[in-house]
Design a protein around this ligand. Structure first.
Ligand code: FE
Ligand code: CA
Length: 530
């Protein structure tokens, strides 16, 4: 971005990155006339990026697609002419669409890269549904989704997966391929859906694919570049299959914008005003490419990301925002032992999100309280000797915030808190302790960290820092292979299966369960079975 630009105001942000209310409403289907068709002839094969659903409520889900017959067209518009197109959708009880229960229409506009975010209501709770889109005479692939159970009921189970860190260039999405074959109610995505780094011969470890075009060789900064990056990653059929298999609830970590960012702070020294402009276009491309509800439409650099979903009385699911409101790194250091990290004012979530979280926990009547957080919550001392060394990028950079969360757990007697995190490209299971320095202190909750889908390539059972992590007595698993986490939740127990593949640089690796842990309701902590 040119340093000569004036400082952005809310109005210039909207001018640069905003989407007109009309264009936006059209994409949700709310303003689309039932019978009118706009756009004319649709280019063939416009559903090359697949379909997705997300954010399930008891009476509906949001359905997503994006018209992109040529996803990698350099202008970021996926090969679509610069005019709006009608897109119809239908929702059925069966995969062959004999029992269609809802039909609707939205308009895919060029302002939102021809994406559609159709919010379907009027469905029945706790049910499986199938959906598809039609544009002109073109029919999309069929997606399978699910509504949440009625809030007043306690369903017998919730089967969900967690995933994070899908660097397309580091390997094949074999983990997504296996996740797509599971019978899941929900997928929680915990950050790093794309990466901003330039893709070159040096980091293209995914064998059998050509080096992407020159547009991809540099770090993403502009709206066009972020759009293209989503197009590249989402062109993967295994990712598309994982989306088509179950509704997703996503949060983000840093790489959806830039490594290690904190609010308006960039580790590469981008001035805050310029960085906020970049954040604005990154969030806009994110919205365009994910199954998110209209209330989550970004406004300039602000994305209303943190939100609460429920699975009846079985689970409350708080999806947290780890980046937009966090304080900067102590002394500007991502890893250090600075006493500044203990400043009681420091927050990972920001004051408003903290209040929202504690209020929501206080009111929760759920058996399980799941927290979807991009970064690791457990304290991890990385100094093998008597000193201490922490990553300030994780919750360790914000111990006062973590202590306040623990206080909320205790004060409101929160049932069965479980932190679900990612970011580190390693499978980790940890017990959350009242006093990290005393292994005999109370266990307040459980943390399950999912490894990466592809980031860091093939991996191995362990690596150079595995012993350091395991030297923290509350850490019970460390595995450096690629994979995902498959969980089964019942009123009595949470069973967590850490799934791994032995390689990703080549396709086709079989899946295996590398570890299985059970947490019993009312007894926080981990019991290893495999
Ligand atoms: Fe990552
Ligand atoms: Ca990360």
């Amino acid at each position: 971005m040119s340093p000569a630009l004036p400082p952005p105001t809310r109005r210039t942000f909207l001018a640069m990155t905003g989407v007109s209310a009309a264009a936006f409403a059209l994409g949700t289907g709310q303003a689309a006339a039932a019978d009118e068709t706009v756009g004319g002839r649709v280019p063939s094969d416009p559903f090359a990026l697949g379909v997705a659903s997300g954010d399930p409520l008891p009476d509906g889900v949001v359905l997503w697609t994006r018209l992109a017959p040529d996803p990698l067209a350099p202008d970021g518009h996926g090969g679509m002419p610069a005019r709006p197109y009608s897109v119809r959708y239908e929702v059925a009880e069966d995969a062959s669409f004999r029992r269609v229960v809802r039909r609707g229409q939205a308009v895919a506009t060029p302002e939102l890269a021809h994406s559609v975010h159709a919010e379907v209501r009027g469905l029945r709770p706790g049910r499986e549904y199938f959906y598809r889109f039609r544009a002109g005479s073109e029919l999309s692939p069929v997606g399978r989704t699910r509504t949440a159970p009625d809030h007043r009921t306690t369903p017998s189970g919730l089967r969900f997966a967690t995933a994070s860190c899908a660097a397309w260039y580091h390997g094949h999405f074999t983990a997504y391929e296996h996740m797509a074959a599971e019978d899941l109610d929900l997928v929680l995505f915990l950050g790093d859906y794309i990466y901003e780094y330039g893709i070159t011969a040096g980091n293209l470890w995914r064998e059998g694919v050509p080096l992407p075009a020159a547009e991809h060789a540099v770090e993403t900064e502009t709206l066009e570049q972020y759009r293209l990056r989503y197009s590249l990653f989402k062109s993967d059929p295994n990712l598309q299959a994982a989306h088509a298999n179950a509704p997703w609830l996503i949060t983000t970590d840093d790489h959806e914008v830039q490594n290690n960012y904190a609010d308006d702070w960039s580790e590469k020294g981008v001035p805050p005003d310029d960085f906020l402009r970049r954040r604005a276009v990154a969030y806009r491309a994110l919205y365009e490419n994910q199954p998110l509800r209209a209330v989550m439409r970004p406004e300039g650099p602000d994305l209303p990301l943190y939100r609460r979903y429920r699975w009846g009385r079985l689970a409350q699911i708080d999806m947290l925002d780890n980046r937009q409101f966090r304080d900067r790194y102590p002394a500007g250091q991502v890893i250090d032992d600075s006493p500044e990290r203990h400043d009681p004012r420091r927050s990972l979530l920001g004051a408003r999100q903290e209040k929202w979280l504690y209020d929501g926990l206080r009111r929760s009547d759920a058996t399980w309280n799941l927290l979807g957080t991009g970064v690791v919550m457990a304290e991890i001392d990385r100094d093998p000797g008597s000193g201490e060394l922490y990553s300030n990028d994780m919750w360790d950079g914000f111990p006062a915030n973590r202590d306040r969360l623990w206080t909320a757990f205790e004060r409101y007697r929160i049932a069965n808190p479980v932190a679900l995190s990612g970011d580190i490209h390693r499978h980790v299971a940890a017990e959350l302790k009242a006093d990290w320095k005393d292994p005999d202190s109370r266990t307040v909750g459980t943390e399950l960290v999912t490894g990466s889908i592809a980031s860091d390539g093939d991996g191995a059972e362990t690596d150079s820092v595995g012993e350091l992590w395991l030297a923290n007595p509350h850490v019970e698993l460390y595995n450096a292979r690629r994979g995902y986490l498959s969980c089964a939740l019942t009123p009595d127990r949470l069973t967590a299966q850490f799934k791994t593949v032995e390689y990703v640089t080549r396709p086709g690796a079989p899946i295996r369960t590398t570890a299985r842990f059970v947490t019993e309701a009312g007894r926080p902590g981990l019991n290893r079975e495999v």
